[in-house]
Write a protein that binds this ligand. Sequence first.
Ligand code: GLU
Length: 449
Amino acid sequence: MSTKAYLQSVMDGVKKKDPAEQLFHQAVEEVLITLEPILDAQPKYMQNAIVERMVEPERVITFRVPWTDDKGQIHINRGYRVQFNSAIGPYKGGLRFHETVALSTLKFLGFEQTFKNSLTGLPMGGGKGGSDFDTRGKSEAEVMRYCQAFMTELYRHIGENTDVPAGDLGLGGREIGYLFGQYKKITNRYVGVLTGKGLEFGGSLIRTEATGYGVVYFAEEMMKLRGDSLKGKTCIISGAGNVGIHTAEKLLELGAKVVGMSDYSGAVYDEEGLTTEKIAYLKDLIFNKRGLLTEYVKKYTGAKHLPGKKSWSIPCYAAFPTSRENELDGNDAKELLKNGCKLVCEGANMPCSPEAITAFQQAKILYAPGKAANAGGVACSGLEMTQNSIRLSWTREEVDAHLHKIMQHIHSSCVNAYKEFGTDGDYLLGANIAGFKKVADAMLAQGIV
Ligand code: GLU
């Protein structure tokens, strides 16, 4: 059987086993289509069924989460933890709280996480979890009770050397605090079992900023390799959450001009560009007041609000999707390209649809997949685990220097892999192959387990 046919048969097998899990299929396909050259070069991976093993999670846990709202009404939600791959370290990856969460979502995220974590160079396996619960519209007390109910089951499956969850969409520092408190209460152990913790109880400086900063460090490396930089370039961002805002902040620091952001109210086009003052306002609006971008245009009247729109119609040199999966489709890609976009760097997980990726590749613009470009978040989680283990806290400068180095290392791993196995500038292939190799070699060494 040719390698191509073999990869197709693995893909068919995945679809046959779980026909409804489309997001998972998409994530697997995005990897499998790039693995042919390394499988050809190293027959041992096919002989040992490494790819078949990698697409099957090691363990999937689902559980009932019963809780009571403020009126005394009982609700039942579903909790999950997908422990995808532990070849190179304890399972590591976030928890997502969102009404759309289903097993397919978490399998796609857990699969991606395995490659992403491998790319960081830190000893972390891949996992993901969460629940079909939305914190929006819930009271503070309801959110706390939900986190406690969720942890009352999750605690038996995790541990600082087993599986270390963190945040993801809909689950931030507030929820991590409640989850940590409940874990400690049940187990009577004070350990680094979660990352993204508050600074007072074992959190790391820069963890909040890390994903966004890392995305920009990665984009800057792509530019640097081509004798250019982000300085003076017009940029747009989708999303206005933790990743989006810190992407904007670092872009500004490097001298780029950020003219667009978005949230679920629509997009904001601020032709004059964000400033440090505007970013400080956004941080307060979004993180403290949990407000929407509609407020931004009331304060900064030069900016336009585009209701219900995403940022992709705003002309730019570089685009940073930081919101969620498939938020940038084939038509959005065409619009970006028509307006002169030359670089797309993913801050979210799988935000570009397969059609969008193909369009970027055909247009030969720079495209960085999330598993490489947004790895700064989990990398900083790895640094939090290190600090917890040695019972020390590093300074901002120390953590940021580590983060910067890790992003440079990820960039050069992608470049080395595409030089050896693909074509110049193919960061998707580079990231997949570099991430795959380390996990595959560890699995080979550990035998059939
Ligand atoms: N949820 C983030 C990600 O997609 C962070 C995971 C973590 O810090 O463990 O990488």
